[in-house]
Design a protein. Structure first.
Length: 218
């Protein structure tokens, strides 16, 4: 357990698996329901129709090892594919495989900082990370794939280590998350969402790399 973390009122606490927690200090203005409209998240952010990920299918105790294993999957792809294919944009309005790798690396880092903050603040509100802006600002597609793979692995390991030290009450700490709609969430939900990001974008990487590979010569 993190030192100095306030304890929730037992009357308002729910299980970490709920994902949305009633918390006395968590009353941000104009909270919207957890609905994503026309996005693939049509079920209150409990599953993704595109990749079939179910938030309730992952126990919080599984998350640290899952993140480390997923980082290994990205390492294989970022170190195994030719640089030209990793940087290619074979699909319209879609990032390159390298850009997806950079995004997942940054998601892991941002989520880690958010989770640490939520352990010492009452219901912090997290602003969007600026995912599209980072692609251009940080020149994702010009970064070295091997370096990105190493940094992604380090970010996953660091986040996993923090998550391993959370007890049941720490998993229940609340926050306000801005995506896909501004909603109250728990750290348990946010950690599961981070796993989803890595799983979903691994699928994107595979799709882009398959499209970038040269076809058979005639």
């Amino acid at each position: 357990m993190w030192p100095g973390v306030p304890r929730p009122d037992a009357r308002t606490s729910r299980a970490a698996d709920d994902g949305v927690l009633a918390w006395p200090a968590c009353h941000p203005r104009e909270i919207e329901p957890g609905s994503a409209g026309a996005s693939p998240y049509r079920h209150g952010m409990d599953r993704c129709d595109e990749c079939a990920y179910r938030y309730d299918g992952v126990a919080v105790t599984e998350i640290p090892d899952l993140l480390v294993a997923l980082a290994g999957d990205y390492r294989v792809r970022l170190r195994g594919a030719p640089s030209t294919q990793l940087r290619a944009h074979p699909l319209a309005a879609t990032w390159s495989a390298l850009e997806y790798g950079c995004h997942v690396r940054d998601v892991l880092g941002v989520q880690h900082e958010r989770i640490r903050r939520a352990q010492v603040e009452d219901c912090p509100e997290f602003e969007p990370m600026g995912r599209d802006e980072r692609v251009t600002r940080d020149r994702y597609n010009r970064q070295a794939p091997h370096t990105v793979a190493d940094e992604l692995g380090s970010a996953a390991a660091s986040l996993a280590e923090t998550l391993r030290h959370l007890d049941d009450r720490a998993w229940q700490r609340p926050c306000v998350y801005s995506w896909p709609a501004r909603s109250r969430r728990t750290i348990a939900w946010m950690a599961r969402h981070t796993v989803h990001e890595a799983i979903h974008h691994r699928r994107d990487v595979d799709r882009v790399l398959a499209a970038a590979r040269p076809g058979p010569s005639r």
